[in-house]
Ligand binder design. Structure first.
Ligand SMILES: Nc1nc2c(c(=O)[nH]1)N[C@H]1C(S)=C(S)[C@@H](COP(=O)(O)O)O[C@H]1N2
Ligand SMILES: [Mo]
Length: 417
């Protein structure tokens, strides 16, 4: 078991950026707006914008790391459209094949997907054959499990704000239909599906891989070939990516070359110790070493609600202002309510929801609130049909890598008289 193969907490370069962002976040509201600007305000050597690193990406993306690409969408740019335009979509690579650093698709012809483990039937399929099968579309939230990490104190890794997410439409073929078409039978002992991507790992290191429960994969997973109706750009995992709606982004393995059916979860570093949270709460700052027993993988997404406009730190005129945002969960129950408060939760009012057709897509919401110079924060909270909601204090889910933040949304605002 090689637990050092991938370190999503990343290197010194990332930390330099982190420090600058933390500094800016501590500054005044006016400066806080600048955190969302492209990385040009650094006094160090000017960093290349996202559009320089990957032609077709939007220059306003925040470049956390140029290589492997880790780009964040400034949250207020997500307010513009229900489906996030691909140029604005965040990017998160732990390691990346050099031919995949492009918005262009990679050819499907010649791409093989190996099938292994506890199955009977063919041991490989031609990805090109997927084109001849029934195509489905899934509108869904794509969110890194590190999204919102900067809202925890003292965590390791890229200090994501709110924009390590987007609402996208993947198209492709259902995994269950592919297995059926090829006469592949999964043995009852198989409990997990492990998908392996064709990355370009450093010498001695392994390709990225993740395991998910096999029953969930058979119900929900697709081999995706399209994004927003277009051939899947290589940077987002083209030519073919495993996508499981309702799950955190890290589980949607890009450049899929191998599907393995197993009785156990993978022991790859990306499955354990990374991308897991403690089953029992730990205190902020407490040391934690994830094991299969004491932790769970970043699988279904926790219910969450984010304010997209106004931007965090915005200066507002006194009076009635619109507040808009997005709310979502794992798709297992509809979002029933989004509540907004401008008085630290003493009183709440209901937002209006735009209900999407897909259970995995985000709900856009709008509320009108009357702010005064007394108003210091806007809060927002979602509740779903199972009664699931977000903790008032998101820190109760603290974990060393700051995964799966879902605290009640609290943005700072400054209201002029
Ligand atoms: N093969 C492979 N798949 C991967 C990754 C990776 O590094 N290699 N990163 C994962 C992580 S952590 C996230 S959040 C999503 C990001 O998807 P995006 O870059 O298309 O936005 O891809 C996931 N799939
Ligand atoms: Mo991620």
């Amino acid at each position: 078991m090689n637990h050092c193969s991938i370190d999503p907490t990343n290197d010194g370069y990332a930390n330099a950026i982190v420090d600058r962002r933390v500094f800016l976040q501590g500054a005044t509201a006016a400066i806080a707006g600048a955190v969302l600007a492209p990385s040009g305000q650094s006094s160090a050597a000017p960093a290349a914008g996202a559009e320089m690193l990957i032609a077709g990406k939007d220059p306003r993306l925040i470049v956390h790391i140029p290589k492997p690409a880790v780009f964040e969408t400034p949250a207020e740019l997500l307010a513009g459209a229900r489906v996030t335009p691909t140029p604005l979509l965040f990017v998160r690579n732990n390691q990346e094949p050099s031919e995949a650093i492009t918005m262009k698709p990679l050819p499907l012809a010649g791409w093989k997907i190996e099938l292994a483990g506890l199955i009977d039937g063919p041991q490989a399929i031609d990805a090109a054959a997927l084109n001849g099968m029934e195509q489905v579309e899934r509108e869904m939230v794509l969110q890194c499990s590190g999204n919102g990490r900067s809202l925890f104190a003292n965590t390791k890794g890229t200090q994501w704000g709110r924009g390590g997410m987007g609402n996208v439409r993947f198209g492709g073929v259902r995994l269950s239909a592919i297995l059926e078409r090829h006469g592949i039978k999964i043995k009852p002992e198989a409990k997990y599906l492990t998908a392996e991507g064709k990355d370009e790992p450093a010498p001695g290191e392994q390709d990225f891989e993740h395991s998910i429960p096999v029953d969930e994969a058979l119900q929900k997973s697709l081999l995706a070939l399209r994004l927003g109706g277009e051939p899947l750009p290589a940077i987002h995992g083209g030519p073919v990516r495993l996508v499981t709606p309702g799950y955190y982004g890290t589980m949607h393995v890009k450049w899929v070359t191998r599907l393995r059916f197993d009785s156990k979860e993978s022991d790859h570093s990306s499955q354990i110790p990374h991308y897991r949270t403690p089953r029992v709460p730990i205190k902020p700052g407490e040391a934690f070493t994830a094991t299969y027993e004491n932790s769970e993988p970043n699988w279904p997404m926790k219910i969450k609600c984010v304010v997209l406009s106004p931007a965090s730190g915005a200066a507002l005129p006194a009076g009635e202002v619109p507040v808009t945002g997005a709310a979502f969960n794992d798709g297992e129950a509809r979002i029933e309510t989004v509540l907004v408060s401008i008085d630290q939760g003493r009183t709440w009012r209901r937002a209006q929801l735009e209900v999407p057709d897909s259970p995995y897509a985000w709900y856009r919401w709008t509320a009108r609130v009357r702010v005064s110079p007394m108003t210091k924060q806007i809060w927002a909270r979602a509740i779903d049909a199972l009664g699931r909601s977000q903790p008032l204090d998101g820190a109760i889910h603290w974990n060393p890598s700051g995964y799966t933040w879902n605290g009640v949304e609290k943005i700072d605002v400054k209201v002029r008289v």
